[in-house]
Write a protein that binds this ligand. Structure first.
Ligand code: 4GX
Length: 242
């Protein structure tokens, strides 16, 4: 059982997320325990302030140490990995999601405003960004991390579904089809209806390679191809030159 504590000023943003689909089921099955904490409750003044103007002047507000770190103290333990969501962190990836499944306890800090008091970083083990764009706060980012990690935990989904994930073997997924065999004149590739498992496997591998080559060549840059993959790549390149 993994435990995830999320520290946020907008706990209501998590309502739909925690009560829907696979995350809801994973919580019910005891695969993961997720708690959202409103660190505004730890503010001491009448106005429940959590931010203040920056020393040295300038625009915007800075999240102050006290309410957030007092909240952190109530959830931290020796096993906890404290993660800060920020555009300045390492970019999140499937590999990071897999690595995080080895942790017992994640604590994810979501900030709003222009930034954090730098001294908050002394209590943080890892800073993660979900991509090079600017959000209004870290809540959506923390849900991205929580979602990507939770679905990988034992019992969250059928184990075999992970093996087909895009990125799990460094390739994009092959095209999939379901009934009917023809829709508005568009046919399902013949090989998929043939029942010939070896031909289907080879077709899917070739489609994965082709799609990755065309859409995400960066993923192939330092990939060690098997003999079979190298041969399929030659076929793909020859077909594309025609
Ligand atoms: N991936 N944001 C955090 C506040 C902030 C500003 C500066 C630290 C330093 C984001 C992202 C993201 C917006 C969340 C700014 N925190 N989080 N917030 N991209 O854009 O994770």
């Amino acid at each position: 059982m993994m435990k995830i504590d999320i520290l946020s000023l907008f706990p209501e943003m998590f309502e739909g997320f925690l009560h829907t689909s696979i995350i809801k089921r994973a919580i019910e099955k005891g695969v993961v325990e997720i708690h959202v904490h409103d660190f505004r409750e730890f503010a001491h003044d009448r106005h429940k302030s959590v931010d203040d103007t920056p020393y040295g002047g300038g625009q915007g507000m800075v999240l102050m140490c006290q309410p957030l770190l007092d909240c952190l103290k109530t959830v931290v333990d020796k096993d906890a990995l404290v993660i800060l969501m920020s555009p300045q962190g390492q970019t999140f990836s499937q590999k990071m999601a897999v690595d995080l499944t080895n942790e017992k306890h994640l604590i994810i800090i979501c900030g709003h405003y222009e930034g954090f008091d730098e001294r908050i970083r002394d209590y943080v083990d890892m800073e993660i960004s979900i991509g090079d764009y600017v959000l209004t706060g870290g809540e959506l980012s923390s849900m991205v991390i929580t979602d990507a990690v939770t679905r990988l935990l034992h019992g969250a989904i059928r184990e075999a579904s992970h093996e087909d994930d895009s990125f799990s073997d460094g390739l994009l997924e092959y095209p999939q089809y379901t009934k009917p065999a023809e829709y508005d004149g568009a046919k399902v590739p013949e090989v998929l209806l043939s029942g010939h498992h070896e031909n289907i496997r080879k077709w899917r591998l070739k489609q994965s390679l082709k799609r990755t080559y065309l859409r995400r060549p960066d993923l192939l840059r330092d990939r060690a191809f098997t003999k079979e993959e190298a041969k399929l790549m030659e076929e793909i390149q020859a077909e594309l030159e025609k």
